[in-house]
Design a protein. Structure first.
Length: 103
C-alpha cells in the first residue's frame, strides 16, 4: 500500500435467523465472519481493514430491523466508525432489497 492510499475501515455484519446450531464451537456466524475477513484481506492492497467490533445477530430474522447488532452497526455507521459494511450475502443484512430504510 502506498503512502497516498487511505485506510478503508470495514465492519462485518453476520446474522442467522434461528439460534439452532449457535452453541457449536464453530457456527454459521463464525463462518460468515471468516468469509468476510478473507474478502477484506483480499483487498488489503486497497487499504481495507476489518474493524474489531463484532456485529453478530444470532436468532434474528432479516425481515425486521429490530436486531441489537444491526442497531449498533447503524449507530456506529452514523458516528463515522466505519467506511463500509461487508456481509456474506445481502440477505444477511436485509430481506428487502429496498435499502432506503437504512439512510
Amino acid at each position: 500500500m502506498s503512502e497516498s492510499s487511505s485506510v478503508v475501515r470495514c465492519a462485518i455484519y453476520t446474522r442467522k435467523s434461528t439460534e439452532e446450531g449457535l452453541e457449536q464451537s464453530f457456527n454459521t456466524l463464525q463462518a460468515q465472519r471468516e468469509s468476510a475477513e478473507a474478502y477484506i484481506l483480499s483487498h488489503k492492497q486497497e487499504g481495507w481493514q476489518a474493524v474489531p467490533t463484532i456485529y453478530n445477530d444470532g436468532g434474528f430474522s432479516g425481515a425486521s430491523l429490530e436486531r441489537p447488532a444491526l442497531k449498533q452497526l447503524l449507530s456506529d455507521m452514523e458516528a463515522g466508525r466505519m467506511d463500509c459494511v461487508v456481509v456474506y450475502k445481502v440477505d444477511r443484512l436485509s430481506r428487502s432489497l429496498d435499502f432506503g430504510h437504512f439512510r
